[in-house]
Design a protein around this ligand. Structure first.
Ligand code: ATP
Length: 425
């Protein structure tokens, strides 16, 4: 094991690019130099730890690459994440992960032991967690033999809330995780929850309430205002936490298109049941009625409070924590309708009226929202946007972007100039 103060392996990683001397490289170099307190492992140690990255030691695979279980020289068992050459996430997220969590320690955050950046290898080394992720266990459709009784679920929800409250309110600068979801919650052998995967996280500079960014994250957990305007605040994490809370209580994932239509979207379903005063219907049947009904109802209401359409109405994480623990009375709180990213069928024009669109005037930028993207014929999109598309208007290009979440339409009006519309799903 080699410490950063002794050897800077980062120059090896970026050595080839550095010789090109462009601005991008300088930026990356600056970021690299800001990495601190990260233990550097040499590749040979990790090869030995994982028995040459053998299939038998492979425990998972994500957007970053393969994850192996291994025993380090000091006896610690580690989860060793190898950035693949084809990784969709890449070096930037590798660096973000290191920058964000190498300095912080909390019982509800995964522990980054260190990293390896030798030659072309980019590897992250974490503390190994025995019970996999919530996505693969609780929401894994019966592929796990872990029984999540009510007490275990309460502990998990409170643990995640603790971890997030720490990131949002205690760490300086504050951290927005940006990808809170069931597959990023890992469980140790006592079913303590640990938040993982900080590759998309953002540090909020002091005195700023939000940062503008590309939309990333996972559909189903994305707060609408973030999806629409790309402005990320702690309230977008709180929205995702609310969705996750509903998943943990109900034991199902936020979207399941195999269910009857009225049941497919957990958040919509929860709102309908809340309006009918029937929230308890949602509690996981696998609990066989063995749960505290008052507490379960409270948790579901907190899920709804966190997913309200207006970010400012969503409680902060420390308030959520108090609500979960029963220290703040939830029944007093008015709950407004959750923010839902509209269906393609209710495609909405934002930032420009349909009239201005029809006339091809006053339209600088316009964003449209949909959840399920099935590319319809151009003419059909136009008809949804404009009840009577003028004959002088036509979609001339659709460009996919942002992990297929966003689309930019180029609409040409004659005789006026081209206009671009952004579509997010
Ligand atoms: N610290 C860890 N301890 C034990 N297992 C882990 C650990 N980290 C990751 N894993 C396993 O590796 C799998 C892949 O993790 P990874 O974070 O790369 O991807 P993901 O979160 O599942 O997906 P995505 O990258 O698309 O978000 C996890 O689902 C889990 O099973």
């Amino acid at each position: 094991m080699v410490h950063r103060s002794e050897v800077s392996c980062f120059s090896l990683l970026f050595g080839r690019k550095a010789s090109t001397g462009n601005r991008h490289v300088v930026e990356i170099d600056e970021e690299v130099s800001s990495v601190s307190n990260c233990t550097l492992y040499n590749y040979k140690e990790l090869r030995v730890a994982t028995d040459d990255f053998s299939l038998a030691n492979k425990i998972g695979e994500g957007g970053f690459g393969c994850v192996y279980k291994g025993k380090l020289r000091n006896g610690n068992v580690a989860a060793i994440k190898v950035l693949s050459a084809e990784s969709r996430q890449g070096v930037r997220e590798f660096l973000t992960e290191i920058n964000v969590i190498s300095d912080i320690e909390h019982e509800n955050l995964v522990e980054l032991f260190g990293c390896c950046v030798e030659g072309n290898h980019r590897i992250l080394v974490y503390g190994y967690l025995e019970n996999n992720s919530l996505a693969q266990t609780l929401l894994g459709g019966g592929h796990s033999n872990i029984h999540f009784d009510w007490q275990a679920r309460v502990k998990i929800c409170i643990g995640i809330a603790h971890g997030l409250a720490y990131l949002h309110e205690e760490v300086r600068p504050h951290i927005i995780h940006r990808d809170i979801k069931a597959s990023n919650i890992l469980l140790d052998k006592h079913l303590n929850a640990k938040i993982a995967d900080f590759g998309l996280a953002k540090l909020i500079p002091p005195n700023m309430t939000h940062v503008s960014t590309r939309v990333a994250g996972t559909l189903g957990y994305l707060a609408p205002e973030y999806a629409i305007r790309g402005q990320v605040t702690r309230k977008s994490d709180i929205y995702s936490f609310g969705v996750l809370l509903l998943e943990i209580v109900s034991g199902r994932s936020n979207t399941n298109t195999r269910l009857p239509v009225e049941d497919q979207y957990l958040l919509e379903r929860t709102w309908q049941l809340h309006e009918r005063n029937e929230l308890l219907v949602l509690v996981d049947a696998a609990l066989d009625g063995q749960f505290d009904a008052e507490e379960a109802c409270r948790f579901l209401k907190i899920g709804l409070l966190c997913t309200q359409d207006m970010p400012k109405l969503r409680p902060s994480m420390s308030t959520v924590l108090k609500m979960l623990k029963g220290e703040i009375y939830v029944n007093d709180k008015k709950i407004t309708k959750p923010g839902l990213i509209s269906d393609f069928m209710d495609l909405k024009v934002r930032g420009g009226s349909k009239e201005s669109l029809a006339l091809g005037t006053h339209l600088t930028q316009c964003r449209l929202v949909q959840t399920r993207w099935i590319p319809p014929p151009h003419q059909e999109i136009l008809q949804r946007l404009l009840p009577r598309p003028p004959p002088t208007c036509m979609i001339t290009a659709i460009e996919r972007g942002l992990q297929n979440l966003a689309f930019t339409l180029t609409i040409s009006f004659w005789p006026s100039s081209m206009q671009a519309l952004h579509i997010l799903m």
